[in-house]
Ligand binder design. Structure first.
Ligand code: SAJ
Length: 423
């Protein structure tokens, strides 16, 4: 069946993208290798919080959104958008195996007139150096002349509903003007604002700048948090005060480290590519080091709190980790610093449980656990690692014997209470 748009990858990027095109009346087919996920989507059931089943269902019933594991359906689509994971290898280098495999499958179905757009966050050069040759080799076609090829970074902020795929400006950069215009006009049919750049490399680096900007600034306040701990200054008070400056400052908050599938990972895509040019992105790497040290710093904070407040060591202490998702009010635990901290506390001999209203259970980093009821008094220490808004933190402080607050969830009350230790 002819489709306006095919989206390869039905994940947290692909599904909101499908929704926004369907809302604009376009017919969309989602192509994914996960047969169970495809079957769910065909039933109108969503696995992505940002696109609830109540929204997806009617679009599937109307035939505006379909899902398949069959790459052959790409032939009948006018445009092919690729929204696949770009993880790091164990050596923390770009792992493009998923993208390469998909490009080879796409190439077999490529035909003259097709538009292909890569949305996955990756290093500058991926579209032109990796994807283009695979598409040409597998199809016998010539990029630019026979089919259009561009990069357009995804800018999904999971859990956010004020800035959405529809109203966040879309950056597009093609291998030539024709490709840029083809991508721009496709996205313009469903997205409010389009911003053209001169090449896929510029678009790829735009996304990395956005995410590295966050990683570096979070690392700055994380470093200050460690200094403030030694100086006896409340870093949260300082960040809040600096945020009163109406210009020239953007506030970031310290925490137990970086989670998610973007901020902790994307900077290393640029670091890796820069080496090809004999260039060392020292800022980026230092930020990574500082952010990755935070779970260890927080472990020592818990140890100090138990020691000073209850003359207890970590070993044998009953600890409740409150919030294991990688950020508040979502269920995703990927790369979550809470999971790293939980493992460190366990390795130190503590008896650790977790409570997270959004995460009934998880299996990450070789740790598989289920959420326990929130009973603060049953533990020697409660560690607030992810500050979900549904928790009553004042009540927690009343009921708990000791609280270590890594997110300033207890706010001013935390400052005043002698049983609250804050990052
Ligand atoms: N974090 C801090 N301090 C802060 C902000 C965040 O410690 O001041 C931590 C969070 O707890 C989380 C991690 O950093 O563990 C990442 O947080 P995030 O707010 O960047 O959330 P992501 O990774 O889900 O979404 C980000 C997008 N977020 C924002 O722009 C606010 C955006 O950078 C990208 O569109 C998206 O990643 C992506 O897909 O690249």
């Amino acid at each position: 069946m002819k489709r306006d748009v095919a989206i390869v990858g039905a994940g947290y990027v692909g599904l909101p993208l499908a929704r926004v095109f369907a809302d604009a009346g376009k017919s969309v087919v989602l192509v994914d290798v996960d047969a169970e996920r495809v079957a769910q989507l065909q039933r109108g059931e969503s696995h992505v919080e940002d696109v609830p089943s109540e929204t997806l269902g009617p679009l599937v019933e109307k035939g505006l959104i379909a899902a398949t594991t069959d790459y052959d359906e790409l032939r009948d689509a006018d445009a092919i958008l690729v929204a696949l994971p770009t993880p790091l290898s164990r050596q923390r280098e770009p792992d493009l195996r998923i993208l390469v495999a998909a490009s080879e499958e796409i190439a077999k179905r490529l035909r003259p007139g097709h538009l292909v757009v890569l949305e996955s966050t990756t290093y500058p050069g991926t579209t032109r150096e990796q994807m283009l040759p695979l598409l040409e080799a597998g199809s016998g076609l010539t990029a630019g002349a026979d089919f259009h090829l561009a990069f357009s970074p995804e800018r999904v902020d999971p859990g956010r509903d004020d800035w959405t795929t529809q109203n966040v400006p879309k950056v597009v950069g093609g291998i030539d003007d024709g490709s840029t215009e083809a991508a721009a006009s496709l996205y313009a049919s469903a997205i409010d604002e389009i911003h053209r750049v001169s090449s896929p490399e510029a678009a790829e680096l735009t996304k990395l700048l956005e995410n590295i900007f966050r990683s570096v600034n979070i690392a700055l306040v994380n470093e200050l948090a460690q200094l403030c701990d030694r100086m006896g200054i409340d870093v949260w008070e300082v960040v809040e005060a600096a945020a009163t400056k109406p210009f020239g400052f953007m506030s970031f908050k310290p925490g137990p480290g970086l989670g998610g599938h973007c901020i902790p990972i994307d900077p290393f895509y640029l670091t890796w590519k820069a080496r090809e040019y004999g260039f060392y992105t020292e800022f980026v790497e230092l930020a990574g080091k500082v952010n990755e040290s935070m779970p260890y710093f927080c472990r020592s904070l818990v140890s100090q709190a138990l020691n000073h407040h209850r003359q207890q060591s970590l070993s044998g202490a009953r600890i409740l980790v409150l919030g294991v998702a990688y950020k508040p009010d979502i269920a995703d635990t990927r790369e979550s610093p809470a999971v790293k901290l939980l493992g460190l506390l366990r390795n130190a001999g503590a008896d650790v449980a977790y409570h997270d209203p959004h995460v009934p259970s998880f299996h990450e980093n070789g740790i598989a656990m289920s959420s326990v009821p929130l009973e603060p008094a049953a533990y020697d220490c409660v560690v607030i690692v992810t500050n979900h808004s549904s928790i009553d933190y004042d009540r927690l402080v009343e009921e708990a014997a000791l609280v270590v607050d890594l997110r300033n969830a207890t706010g001013a009350n935390g400052r005043r209470s002698d049983k609250v230790w804050k990052l």
